[in-house]
Design a protein around this ligand. Structure first.
Ligand SMILES: Nc1ncnc2c1ncn2[C@@H]1O[C@H](COP(=O)(O)OP(=O)(O)OP(=O)(O)O)[C@@H](O)[C@H]1O
Ligand SMILES: [Mg+2]
Length: 226
């Protein structure tokens, strides 16, 4: 299988007074198109693992590879492009800009990438339609429900058709019914684009949608369903 993400002996230590080991010698391979769920208690290193994949955090030791290239060997420009074009990020708190409409939130990354307004807006509308929000295009985040906000965030994460989607508790702020809708939407996107999905979740029924499931504890992967 075509490997897209690899961790080789990755450790992330925070040099605070208590010297927290957030990720402890992790080896991991994720194939293109695979869906991986990461579970585990608070503080076990789940968000840190995602941040290491996207290069937002750097390992203290060991190497993270994306498409078989070490992140440590990429220059700033290459890292920025990888983050922007190859990885979609979704968070528990949606991270939308409150003063922008749904369409503007989704088109913003395209505008920042130099796309003309009209083309960027058309692409945003196409994605918002795909996530079922075509009747909410001019609403601002505070005029939308939690599930609708998360769907905007998902549309935004997809503007560049990234091969990898990293989702950090995307249903954590949603009621169980709305959360199930979001997971169903991720399933649909996976079916359509074979997107690689790394899903951090406390919800075991959401995790069931992934072919592989890991549990983390104290920075280590302690169990998986393989
Ligand atoms: N910037 C930082 N400086 C120091 N320690 C940190 C920092 N970020 C995270 N940590 C520590 O690293 C450990 C792992 O944190 P992480 O955020 O990855 O946990 P998590 O599994 O995502 O938890 P949660 O389920 O609560 O989101 C925690 O003990 C945390 O306190
Ligand atoms: Mg976290």
């Amino acid at each position: 299988m075509d490997r897209i993400i690899r961790f080789a002996g990755v450790t992330k230590r925070y040099e605070t007074e208590d010297r927290v080991v957030a990720i402890d010698s992790v080896d991991l391979e994720i194939s293109r198109g695979e869906r991986v769920a990461i579970m585990g208690p608070s503080g076990s290193g789940k968000s840190t693992l995602l941040n290491l994949i996207s290069g937002l955090d750097e390992p203290t030791s060991g190497t993270v590879f994306f498409e078989d290239r070490a992140l440590s060997e990429m220059n700033d420009n290459e890292l920025t492009l990888m983050r922007r074009k190859k990885i979609g990020l979704i968070f528990q708190t949606f991270n939308l800009l409150p003063t922008l409409t749904a369409t503007e939130n989704v088109s913003l990354p395209l505008r920042l990438d130099g796309m003309r307004r009209r083309t960027a807006n058309a692409r945003a509308v196409e994605l918002l339609t795909r996530v079922g929000l075509n009747e909410r295009l001019t609403h601002r985040p505070d005029e939308l429900s939690g599930g609708e906000r998360q769907r905007i965030a998902i549309a935004r994460s997809l503007v560049f058709n990234p091969p990898v989607l990293l989702a950090d508790e995307p249903t954590g702020n949603l009621d169980s019914h709305t959360g199930a809708d979001i997971i169903e939407l991720l399933d649909k996107l996976h079916d359509e684009f074979q997107t690689t999905v790394v899903l951090v979740t406390h919800n075991s029924s959401a995790a069931e949608h992934c072919e592989r499931r890991f549990t983390m504890l104290d920075g280590k992967i302690v169990s998986s369903n393989e």
